[in-house]
Ligand binder design. Sequence first.
Ligand code: AMO
Length: 441
Amino acid sequence: MKHIERTLIIDAPKFLGQYVRLSGWVNSRRDHGKLIFIDLRDRSGVVQMVIIPDKEIAYKNAKDVRSEFVIDVEGFVKERPGGLAKNTKTGMIEIEVAKIDVISEVEAELPFDVAKSELDVNLNTLLDNRNLVLRNKKINDIFKVYDQLLKSYAEAMRTAHFLEIKTPKILSAATEGGANFFKIKYFNREAYLAQSPQFYKQAGVGAFERVFEIGSVFRAEPHFTTRHVNEYVGLDAEMGFIDSFSDVMDQLESVLKKMAFDISQNCQEELSEYSGEILAPEHFPRIRLTEALEILEKEYGKKSEDVDIDPEGERLICEWAKEKYSSDFIFLTHYPISVRPFYSMPSADGQFTETFDLIFKGVEIASGGQRIHNYKQLKNNIVRYGLNPEDFEHYLDIFKLGMPSHGGWGLGSERIVQKILGLDSIKEAILFPRDVKRLTP
Ligand code: AMO
């Protein structure tokens, strides 16, 4: 027979009465003695196929195939008798198979049925069997939402004339300081994995005014939480010639509104599986951190020892914002100098900083603010933070060459997806997550 082109399963109904070729994975197989039914899955959907004994070779092959075998099939698109399964996109048809070729077999014992609509397994099983698990439709769909998120972010940034850059991830010094860096062997020297693109995106402002990056960030945080991993993908941005850090919040707000809009428009099916919804009002509420702490004490009886907010406080302040402003987002502004990095612009009062965190559905998804752009002020601040300016020689160089006022943010991509879909752990929103104990698969 003449070679015919592959048809995607989603398009099969358009070929009613015609002969087509489909390729994919065996989602399930039911042997009814005389008839064999195979549900075939490709990237576009699932379709029922029926194999009758008259087609001897196809029937023999169908007897041998098992779940997850990859097969190539030819057959006729027929109306499905009884019009069953009308709720699926291909439920009105079935394929009467004429020919089955096995492309590859399954050589392993399958630990569970990945075709089930809900995989009733724990997080470790989900992560240990990642290659199989990612084939489950509901889990596969997490990454369709993630894909839309990345696309919307890049589009929003380009529309606002930010240039996309990629910065080095192997550094001679730990960017953000602290203890949460990975030291690596770099030929005969020591090096560090980038804890953020902070210094390089600021350098980007010196050259391009507006830059953004979608890139890996490495944090040696020994945390066992639902919101931390040791490698995540940061959505960073930095913009020059700002009047204040409100400009940065305005820009971030407009990016998130576009991401929320695109996802609710283009990922309706995926959201419905997770009952995900996003409340993104015209203006996200913005309150000072100290005000938030007062609200927590007054409304929820929650006292804070320090001028900072803990995860429980973030959860409660989001509850408050949802009730008062119908918003899943809230900006907390003006963090004290003691909890912000040395490059943060101090406020006029000398106690607080021109910085913010953005909290979404109970979790911090972004940090940002205005940066110090004056060389002398920055150098003095490094000393004030008990750091050695010599360790920041190359970073300080940027500020000797003329720098505009500027600010930016770091936004965690996986936390957004986790929170939109209501996933218990951030790790479910990552293809192959890395945590304290996990370096495989
Ligand atoms: P920060 O350290 O707050 O700021 O990080 C910014 C955002 O990155 C995400 N994030 C994480 N996601 C998963 N696992 C982790 N371990 C993790 N750590 C952080 C969060 C967080 O809000 N240079 C500054 C940003 C800036 O000011 O531009 C920075 O890195 O969503």
